[in-house]
Design a protein around this ligand. Structure first.
Ligand SMILES: Nc1ncnc2c1ncn2[C@@H]1O[C@H](COP(=O)(O)OP(=O)(O)OP(=O)(O)O)[C@@H](O)[C@H]1O
Ligand SMILES: [Mg+2]
Length: 361
């Protein structure tokens, strides 16, 4: 549905290396929810605005469906209004001097949609976001979440092929954000729109997306479905960006089937399946997430078991966060309230091999 190929964009003409986006390539399938995730300034908005036609890339090619809407080589740059896309911005920019209905009607008027059809589409869009009853209300007399829904309805009403969303939930408070997250996903599924979503919030990316592209310094460093990204990241950057991560320097000393045997500051450990690890990677680290470490009172089989002492713990109800000293290393472990180990106690940390993931720099 959408193909982005070798996109490059530099704002600062005076600095040859100052690329906002470089060599960014990805494909998005019809009906897919695709997310660009990354820290501030990594080039997410630039990529999205390039797709929309609001920004002119220096190099690359962008195709929407069968149409090439941008190509530096072929000199194609289709204007915004002919790209058949809808966009929701971070500041949702609804028009304060209009009613809810007029806000949603606006793009259709601009497109010259006949009145009867427009009325039908407006009704359906407002219905979809649960605002049918608010149609004649002045737009400013709505809560933040409702205003956000007006912005979504205004985007959906265009029935565009691709929906672009740039941090559309970031202006909402935490609770509303979570609720809108679920609604947005439902809505996108029901309508079947292809969505490109931009966020720096990893939880939002995980819970909404079919696939996530992790960006850093203008490049995509990793692209995968949420679970694979979290459980089997390939890069150090993605491992740390999508969740808590303790990374251990590791050196491969052997293998067992597809698993590696590695030496780490916590001793010799067996890793998860490494058959698709990059051969000859420069530097490797071992990722183990705090919630994957199991605490035991005593050793069971010696496999991937590391002795330690509880240095401190924070009990917060559902979870218990431990800091555990093993030799001169401190390890974070997330436990549950099912069994609580007190500070000062000797424990054994069991690091399940399937959760010991080798990542590269
Ligand atoms: N109009 C502009 N002029 C010059 N530099 C720009 C412009 N817009 C963005 N940049 C620079 O390009 C880089 C990428 O910016 P971009 O807005 O794409 O980042 P982002 O990932 O959307 O960040 P954020 O999460 O903060 O919105 C940044 O270094 C930014 O300073
Ligand atoms: Mg941005």
């Amino acid at each position: 549905m959408l193909q982005v190929d070798q996109l490059r964009k530099r704002y600062d003409r005076t600095d040859a290396k100052a690329f906002a986006v470089q060599e960014v390539s990805f494909n998005v399938k019809l009906g897919e929810f695709f997310t660009l995730l990354g820290p501030s300034g990594c080039g997410k908005t630039t990529t999205l605005r390039s797709i929309a036609g609001l920004e002119m890339p220096d190099e690359g090619e962008i195709r929407i469906g069968e149409d090439t809407v941008f190509s530096s080589v072929r000199g194609i740059a289709v204007p915004v209004n002919r790209r058949n896309i809808a966009m929701v911005f971070q500041s949702y920019a609804i028009w304060p001097h209009m009613t809810v209905g007029q806000n949603v009607a606006f793009p259709l008027e601009a497109m010259g949609v006949p009145t009867a059809e427009a009325a039908r589409r407006i009704e359906r869009a407002l219905e979809m976001v649960g605002l049918a009853a608010f149609r004649d209300r002045p737009a400013p007399m709505l809560s933040g979440g409702q205003q956000q829904r007006v912005a979504l309805a205004r985007a959906f009403v265009k029935e565009a092929r691709v929906l672009l969303l740039d941090e559309p939930l970031s202006n909402l408070d935490a609770k509303l954000r979570e609720q809108m997250r679920v609604e947005l996903r439902d809505l996108q599924r029901r309508v079947g729109t292809t969505a490109i979503y931009v966020t720096h919030d990893q939880e939002e990316a995980m819970s909404l997306s079919d696939r996530v592209a992790v960006m850093n310094e203008g490049r995509i460093v990793e692209l995968a479905p949420p679970r694979a990204l979290y459980l089997r990241p390939r890069t150090r950057f993605a491992a740390q960006f999508v969740g808590q991560a303790d990374l251990l320097d590791c050196t491969r000393v052997g293998s067992e089937g597809n698993a590696w045997i590695v030496d780490t500051p916590l001793g010799r450990l067996r890793t998860a399946d490494c058959s698709d690890a990059e051969a000859g990677a420069s530097k490797t680290s071992l990722l183990i997430r705090p919630e994957h470490i199991e605490l035991r009172a005593s050793p069971e089989n010696g496999l991937n078991e590391v002795a330690g002492v509880i240095e401190r713990l924070v009990f917060s109800g559902r979870i218990v966060e431990y800091i555990i000293r093993a030799g001169d290393r401190l390890v974070r472990v997330q436990g549950t309230s099912r069994e609580i180990f007190e500070a000062g106690r000797q424990v054994v940390m069991s690091l399940p091999p399937e959760h010991c993931v080798v990542v590269t720099d």
